[in-house]
Design a protein. Structure first.
Length: 261
């Protein structure tokens, strides 16, 4: 069983428990359920930098990245840096995140928020909306084509943008449908944790132009972004690079300034 299978199996148990504790109609009564969402897709289309900055305390591959920062400071710092959006890890067991992190980020900034999560149930999409998310992540490696369609169409009904993540050509082909806004190419092989930007370059040629292209994982330099832009990428998800510093907002500010030189 690889790490992705393990995470998914644990996630099913977690979601079953949550569904028994907090019914969907209770989530739908959240004050945030009525808020007007902000489109990350549109922000990326019109941005010079395309940076989506992440809040991530730890990961299965890197163990602890940074446990000392509070979400409020990180969110405000990212907003001041001029990022296009913020990705918030809400998985507890493997990444040290929570839905509270999403709520705090929402209260602290006015930029698009992506709920970074292993979504395997419609319940989690309603949960994302109820906690102030603007965008959800769907991972093709853990979903069937039917599930991708069902979940992305539900997200669109809730005015949420959909970032669909793929790792290879097979996943890409099963994922192309009108209810997807952004196609994210994860440069990290989730089975081995090896990282290669070549994945983004190779797959860029077969992504239809209707979708905003996002490159994820392993992006730590301005040069890497400039190179990926030549392959049509508009979005760049950066987590560890900012989070491993004492001041992620300042780190993002410096990065964006260097990128725009």
């Amino acid at each position: 069983m690889n790490i992705l299978d393990k995470i998914t199996a644990d996630k099913r148990k977690e979601v079953d428990l949550k569904k028994s504790l907090i019914p969907i109609n209770q989530l739908e009564q959240s004050i945030l359920f009525e808020r007007q969402t902000i489109s990350l897709t549109e922000r990326l289309k019109n941005s010079a930098s395309g940076i989506i900055a992440e809040h991530k305390r730890r990961s299965p591959s890197k163990a602890i990245i940074n446990q000392n920062l509070n979400v409020q400071d990180v969110a405000k710092g990212y907003e001041n840096a001029g990022v296009c959006g913020m990705s918030v890890l809400t998985d507890g067991k493997y990444f040290g995140g929570s839905l509270d992190d999403l709520l705090i980020a929402r209260a602290s900034c006015n930029i698009p928020l992506l709920r970074k999560e292993f979504i395997i149930d419609e319940y989690q999409i309603i949960e994302a909306k109820a906690h102030g998310s603007d965008v959800i992540l769907l991972i093709a490696a853990i979903l069937s084509q039917k599930e991708i369609k069902l979940y992305s169409e539900l997200a669109k009904q809730l005015q949420l943008d959909v970032l669909l993540e793929v790792h290879n050509e097979e996943e890409l082909h099963k994922s192309i449908m009108p209810s997807i806004d952004m196609l994210g190419i994860n440069n990290r092989n989730l089975k081995t944790f090896d990282v290669s930007l070549q994945t983004s370059k190779t797959l860029s040629e077969i992504i239809p132009n209707d979708f905003v292209k996002v490159s994820e994982s392993g992006i730590s330099s301005v040069d890497a972004i400039k190179e990926l832009k030549q392959f049509g990428y508009k979005g760049f998800l950066i987590g560890e690079n900012f989070m491993k510093t004492d001041n992620p907002g300042q780190s993002a500010t410096q990065f964006i300034q260097n990128l725009e030189k």
